[in-house]
Ligand binder design. Sequence first.
Ligand SMILES: [Zn+2]
Length: 205
Amino acid sequence: MDDLVPVLFVLFVALTTFALLLSVRPAPEILVVVVAGHGGHDPGAVVNNVQEKDINLTLALLVQKKARDAGLKVVLTRTTDVYVDLVERVRMAETLGASLYVSIHANYHRDVKVCGVETWVDTKAHAESVRLAESLQRAVVITSGAVDRGVHRQTLYLRHTSLPAALIEVGYISCPAEREKLLDPVHQERIAAGIVQGILSYLGR
Ligand SMILES: [Zn+2]
């Protein structure tokens, strides 16, 4: 009988552990769709041979890596220099069951003195999109040290989705100092870290 005690004890521990493992359900996976603005035949803004589409793609790939490291599932609407139809991008996000949608752009102004970060939502955007935009704006201004140009509304293709959706303009490629920074890998890391931080804050993580 004494020999049975350790065996029963081990069995008890094993069963308890198994029951505990079954009761712990993993947190639901959050899928984020990240868009590198423009692409292919559409370069976006172009200044001194610097093409916006290339900066956007570099940043989107960095955001994907950092967001995955933070435990989020990320799908990019493009990973190469191709153009994806605007409405197709939001349909892709909805078909995949995304939780939110972030589009990355770099800005242009004919006045080279205009510099800074701003975030856009559609004129008809609901409160969640505004909250996402504010979260992204706040975080990227902090990590990049750029001028805070705020969150604004504009008629955007983002109106074709009910997902929380925002478009961040990470800096002006027409502003010489900012253009230089947008091409600097160290600064690109800072911007990407800010975008991921903004997403995580929005999600309450
Ligand atoms: Zn753009």
